[in-house]
Design a protein around this ligand. Structure first.
Ligand SMILES: [Fe+2]
Ligand SMILES: [Fe+2]
Length: 337
């Protein structure tokens, strides 16, 4: 499982100075103001003094992708518990690596976007992502003592987003797809665990991620609707391919390999079982309405998402998401001790 500690990729993109500093996009300037008001400190504002059950955060058995399979039923209760710890650590590790991807992608946005409002807002998102890297890394190291390397499907997606020089592809890949999925996944985590530290951590991250998704939606407004057909085709292909990578992102092959379980059989079960299918649909519940809003749920994209089994929630109102933005800042009652 060893992984080189530093990996480099070559990227090229345009750098944009904006010599006119006056505000040009009011909605992004407002988002920047809101973001400054809602900053928090990952070290001081979360209840790190709380002990976490040595068996890991308490998630229901159903978070294990092979829950309900013959392999699962043949395990002893102790083996099932061990599997759940491994899956929990694997899943949180992928969020950690996704946060690093967001940190890098958003720092690129600071460089390449062409309005002062987007540059200032993106800079606050860079700080948000640094905080997210900080809190997930600390949780995994201090409370679980177990961190997994990045899974290949997530890594491929991050590589594509980070090496594509086009600014709209960075927003589409990161703010709409990766962060849209994270927002839904964090919602599931928060709803299904009663471990207080991960609940508070996740709630605080969700409030930030809702702004990040809004940043993408506001920045891409009308971009795809006005795009020439040949260029739009590239974006459609990207949505289809990244959806496939994200659908396969939760198969956890590294866990099965580590535990000596049949990897292909476990992944095949995770792809087929109705509970996981439902979970994947839920993961796309923020993405699909936003793709529709941006004019990307086209005649090519819709059937592809349907075939992947992730096209529910098409008719959810994406504005409901933006309403999260008006929530009060996190109430860290007795957090700092
Ligand atoms: Fe984040
Ligand atoms: Fe984010």
């Amino acid at each position: 499982m060893s992984q080189p500690t530093i990996e480099t990729l070559r990227t090229t993109m345009e750098l944009a100075y904006t010599w006119d500093y006056t505000s040009q996009v009011r909605s992004l300037r407002d988002l920047y103001t809101k973001s400054k008001d809602l900053q928090w400190d990952g070290a001081k504002d979360l209840p790190w003094h709380l002990d976490v059950d040595p068996e890991g955060p308490r998630f229901p058995d159903a978070v294990v992708p092979i829950y309900g399979s013959d392999i699962w039923h043949r395990m002893t209760r102790a083996e099932q518990r061990r599997t759940k710890i491994e899956v929990s650590s694997w899943m949180l590790s992928q969020f950690l690596h996704g946060e690093q991807g967001a940190l890098l992608a958003t720092s690129q946005l600071v460089t390449c976007v062409t309005t002062p409002d987007a540059k200032l807002y993106a800079a606050t998102q860079v700080m948000d992502e640094a905080r997210h890297v900080e809190v997930y890394e600390r949780y995994l190291r201090e409370k679980m003592n177990l961190t997994y390397p990045v899974t290949p499907t997530l890594k491929s997606l991050l590589d594509v987003i980070l090496t594509d020089g086009r600014w709209d592809m960075k927003y589409l890949g990161m703010q709409i797809m990766v962060e849209g999925l994270a927002l839904a996944a964090f919602g599931v985590i928060r709803a299904t665990t009663d471990e207080p530290l991960i609940r508070e951590l996740t709630a605080a991250v969700i409030r930030d991620e809702a702004r990040h998704v809004a940043f993408g939606v506001l920045s891409l407004d009308n971009v795809f609707r006005e795009m020439p057909a040949n260029e739009l085709r590239d974006r459609e292909d990207f949505v289809i391919e990244s959806s496939r990578l994200m659908r396969d992102r939760f198969l956890a092959p590294e866990v099965w390999a580590k535990m000596g379980l049949p990897v292909e059989e476990c992944c095949a079960y995770a792809l087929e079982c109705p509970l996981m299918q439902q979970f994947r649909c839920m993961l796309f519940s923020k993405i699909v309405p936003n793709l529709k809003r941006l004019g990307l749920l086209t005649d090519r994209v819709r059937p592809a998402l349907q075939a992947l089994g992730v096209l529910e929630f098409e008719h959810v109102d994406p504005d409901l998401e933006l309403s999260l933005l008006s929530e009060a800042p996190p109430a860290f009652a007795d957090a700092a001790e």
